[in-house]
Design a protein around this ligand. Sequence first.
Ligand SMILES: [Zn+2]
Length: 116
Amino acid sequence: MSEQCPNCLSVRIGKNNYGKKTAGVVGASAGTYGGYAAATAGAQAGAALGIVAGPIGATVGGIGGAVIGALLGGATGASAGVILGDVLDDRVLDNYRCLDCGYSFSVDPDSPDDTH
Ligand SMILES: [Zn+2]
């Protein structure tokens, strides 16, 4: 890690990742809501397909569609939240914290030291 504390020049730097953690949780929650909607749609689609096979087919199709919809929605929301949080951490928040003096800072993306 090439980051250095601007206060005491220590290279013992930690990342807070507040944005990633927060946005990941928020994204998972939002994804679960989205997954609920997808589950409802999936259940209807599954039931519509399964109705050809009779009442049992409709039930099995509905449950399968609901489970798949909920899983996809939750996973998609969490992934989107983590990506968003990563951007927040890097661009907005003071994501870096010096482990020696406790100074919090963000890395300037225009810095000439930032060669990666
Ligand atoms: Zn420091």
